[in-house]
Design a binder for this molecule. Sequence first.
Ligand SMILES: C[S@@+](CC[C@H](N)C(=O)[O-])C[C@H]1O[C@@H](n2cnc3c(N)ncnc32)[C@H](O)[C@@H]1O
Length: 247
Amino acid sequence: MALEWRAEDVDSYRMDIRDPHRVLEPLEKEIRTVDAALGALRAAGILAGTDYDRRRFDTHRAAVAERFEIPWTAITPRMQRLLYAINAIRRPRAMLAAGVFCGNTFISNAGAAVGPGACYDARDCLGVEIKPDEAARAERNVRAIDPTGVARVVAADAVDIARGHAGPIDLLYLDADGDATTGKGIYLAILQACLDRLSPDALVLAHNSVNCAERLKHYLAFVREGGAMRASMNVVLDGEGLEVSVR
Ligand SMILES: C[S@@+](CC[C@H](N)C(=O)[O-])C[C@H]1O[C@@H](n2cnc3c(N)ncnc32)[C@H](O)[C@@H]1O
C-alpha cells in the first residue's frame, strides 16, 4: 500500500551539505515535525510507537558533531533525528546499511544502539561502502563513537553482503548509488538479495525517495505494490525523503 506523509514547509527546508551541523530551524519545530512523521508511521501500522529518548538523541548528535569527519552529507537534522528515532523505536538486533559513504548516515541509524546516545543493545550493526577509502574513513568515524565493534563498516559491494548475510535482518537501510548504469536503482537488487532473510516486521528504509524518485521507480513500485512488504510510506520531511517499508 502506497502512503505519503509530507511536511508543509518541505520546499523551504534546505541544508548546506558541507555544513551539516548548522541549525536550520528552532529545535522545537524539528522535534514537532519528526513527531508528526512518527505519528503517521504509527497510524499506518509501520511503527509500533512514537516514543524515543530525546536527551539520548541530543547526546548522540553532539558526539557525531564532535568526533566525526564529515566532508559532506545530505542527511538533514530532521532526517538524522528521524533515523535515530525509528531505530530507537524498532530496536533492530541486526541492522544492515548499504552505501554509507563517510558513515554519517550509518551512525544516524546505529547510534540508537551504540555509543553515548545508545538506548538499547544490538547484536550487529553492519555498514557497507564500496569505496575502500570511504569505508576506512567511515570505520574510523564509527570507532570514535563505538569502541565495542557492535557497529562496524566494511569495504564491499552491498549486493554481495546482502546475498551472503546469515540473517535475520531487522532493519535494512538503503543509500548506495550504484554505478553509472544502475544509480540508486541498485536499492532493488540489494533488497531482493536479502528479502528472504528479513525478519517479520523488519523495516526497510530508503533514502532519496523524493529527489531520486525517477531512478527509484522500480524499487518504489516493488515496496509499494509488489506484495512483499505489508505497508510502505514516503516520509517527505526534507527534499531527499525516506521511504519506510515494513515486511
Ligand atoms: C550518495 S552516497 C550516500 C551519502 C549519504 N546519503 C549521506 O548524505 O551522507 C552513496 C554511497 O554509496 C556507495 N556505493 C555505491 N554503490 C555501492 C554498492 N554497490 N555497495 C556499497 N556501497 C555503494 C558510494 O560509494 C557512496 O559512498
